[in-house]
Design a protein around this ligand. Structure first.
Ligand SMILES: Cc1cc2nc3c(=O)[nH]c(=O)nc-3n(C[C@H](O)[C@H](O)[C@H](O)COP(=O)(O)OP(=O)(O)OC[C@H]3O[C@@H](n4cnc5c(N)ncnc54)[C@H](O)[C@@H]3O)c2cc1C
Length: 493
């Protein structure tokens, strides 16, 4: 049996413990070390739809998970003030209309708009219209909705811990004092705890968060800094009481020098303000957040410091970094937990059972790099594509140089309305379209497939789609009502 040691018991540590124990359990001897004194980062409460796939593969019961974590459903993110002050658009998890092999639906819609009909593009996306109406159902008629969750991060770690311990993971509480390495090979050998206990292993997973005790401090693997594209390096987080039924979406509100998140759970709201210390002091940031809350606070505001970038090698020697130790983009599109999950899948697929580890390491690091760069581009798009001129913060973002890969995407959309998706791109065509149009890109031209249809036929087929969506939304219950029947959490003790 391989001895796997997981350092850290935040969301990343317990997800890893759960994934490895539930899928490779009988082949491994897994120990997780966490320190109650240090605790976890305590944020990371909005997710994206592929999480459901992770849960399915790990046999995690959705209703039990939702009850245990006070979770609500998420159909997308509402972005306020991002293009210009007063703007609002939704990046939803749904598809838009019906595509043909020749052209995407938004190109037919652009044609319709040019001819003077078609209404708003929003009307062609079920998840978006349901989010706007505050409604939710998992299925309506023959359609399955694409959704994610908002969850309580601390409760989620506790829930995963229970599943992992049941599957045989041994938990050790204690502070890691020293990471022991082999004097010649530099491979990790053991974690020495403050109590003196020694935890030996063959493979070490670094889930120690921003501290990166193993991959960074012990093995000296550096970080590729992306702060020139993603300048935010701080956040203030605070929880408030819920004062109204939870909407089925996250809210992201841009302010003069940062942006605020609002994540609705069943009984409380997770709030935070993300900003760059180059443009705003901590006091000003806290003031902005506290002045823009919707209910009484239930916790003291907490300051979190971070830097954006990627660990140059997520896997080095016998150590693999998952979670914040492997890099961080920023929470704008709720991608971090997802990246932990894809990292776990990757580790399970590439698990080093044989002698030749180097080729597996190379593959793991390459796949991780490509995945992160693609997510990075999508997040940078939100900042770059602003028209705001009201602060140094937005001026710096609006005028910054961006990665070539992103510049190419924006140019081809701006000039031709063309969007594509490939194997490595997490965000689908509909996501790129919603954010690019939501932030004010108005394509100069589009595919003329729509002109191959008589105007009346185009009009009719578009009306059929939007009418069918409107009918489905009418049939759906309010989000709150669906939660009450499906997954209401027990009252808080
Ligand atoms: C402001 C902000 C907002 C975010 N919002 C989202 C979001 O909406 N959606 C999303 O997907 N992600 C979000 N994230 C990211 C998300 O929080 C993390 O990806 C997720 O919580 C995993 O964190 P972690 O487990 O890697 O680290 P942590 O939660 O920090 O856990 C680290 C663990 O290591 C242990 N540890 C550290 N040092 C030692 C030591 N010396 N000895 C023993 N144990 C030790 C700690 O006790 C802890 O158990 C956000 C992050 C930030 C900073």
């Amino acid at each position: 049996m391989k001895r796997v040691v997981i350092a850290g018991g935040g969301t990343a540590g317990w997800l890893t413990a759960c994934g490895l124990s539930r899928r490779l359990g009988s082949l491994l001897d897994i120990t997780l070390v966490e320190s109650d004194a240090i605790g976890t980062i305590g944020v990371g409460e909005a997710t994206i739809p592929p999480m459901r796939n992770f849960h399915r593969i790990m046999d995690i019961d959705e209703q039990a998970f939702m009850r245990a974590t006070q979770a609500t459903f998420k159909l997308g993110i509402v972005f306020d003030n991002w293009g210009e002050i007063g703007d609002s658009y939704i990046h939803s998890f749904g598809e838009i209309g019906q595509r043909s092999w020749m052209a995407e639906f938004h190109e037919f819609w652009l044609e319709a708009r040019e001819q003077g009909f078609g209404g708003s593009l929003d009307e062609y996306c079920l998840e978006l219209m349901a989010a706007k109406a505050g409604k939710f159902a998992k299925n309506v008629e023959d359609t399955r909705l694409n959704f994610a969750f908002h969850l309580d991060a601390t409760r989620y770690a506790g829930f995963l811990r229970q599943l992992s311990e049941t599957a045989g993971v041994k938990r050790v509480e204690g502070k890691i004092r020293e990471v022991r390495k082999h004097s010649e090979t530099g491979e990790l050998e053991a974690l020495q705890l403050e109590s003196g206990e020694l935890i030996e292993g063959d493979l070490f997973i670094d889930c120690t968060g921003f501290r990166a005790l193993l991959i960074g401090e012990a093995l000296g693997v550096g970080v590729e800094d992306w702060s020139h594209w993603l300048a935010s390096d701080r956040a203030i987080a605070v929880q408030t009481e819920a004062t109204e039924p939870p909407p089925p979406y996250t809210r992201s509100i841009a302010h003069a020098s940062g942006w605020q998140w609002r994540i609705p759970l069943q009984t409380r709201i997770g709030n935070g303000f993300v900003y760059s210390s180059r443009f705003l002091s901590d006091d000003e940031a806290q003031h902005t957040l506290l002045n823009n809350l919707t209910g009484p606070t239930r916790t003291e505001p907490r300051l979190l410091k971070f830097c954006t970038g990627r660990r140059l090698k997520a896997w080095h020697k016998n150590c693999i970094a998952l979670g914040l130790s492997s890099g961080f983009l920023e929470p704008l599109e709720s991608t971090s937990i997802h990246l932990v999950m894809t990292g776990i899948f990757r580790l399970i697929r590439l698990f080093p059972f044989g002698e030749d580890r180097d080729s597996l390491i190379h593959r793991f690091n390459e796949e991780t790099r490509v995945e992160l760069e693609s997510v990075r581009d999508f997040i940078v798009l939100h900042y770059k594509q602003t028209q705001r001129t009201d602060s140094d913060f937005w001026n710096a973002y609006r005028t910054m140089d961006i990665p070539d890969s992103l510049a190419h995407r924006i140019d081809i959309f701006r000039n031709n309305a063309y969007v594509w998706s490939d194997d490595v791109t997490l965000f689908r065509i509909a996501s790129w379209v919603q954010v690019m149009m939501g932030q004010g890109i108005n394509p100069g031209a589009h595919h003329n497939a729509g002109r191959l249809m008589p105007t009346e036929a185009l009009k009719q087929s578009m009306a059929e789609i939007s009418d069918s969506i409107a009918k489905k939304v009418r049939q759906m219950p309010p989000h709150q009502q669906f939660i009450e029947h499906y997954c209401a959490a027990p009252p808080e003790s």
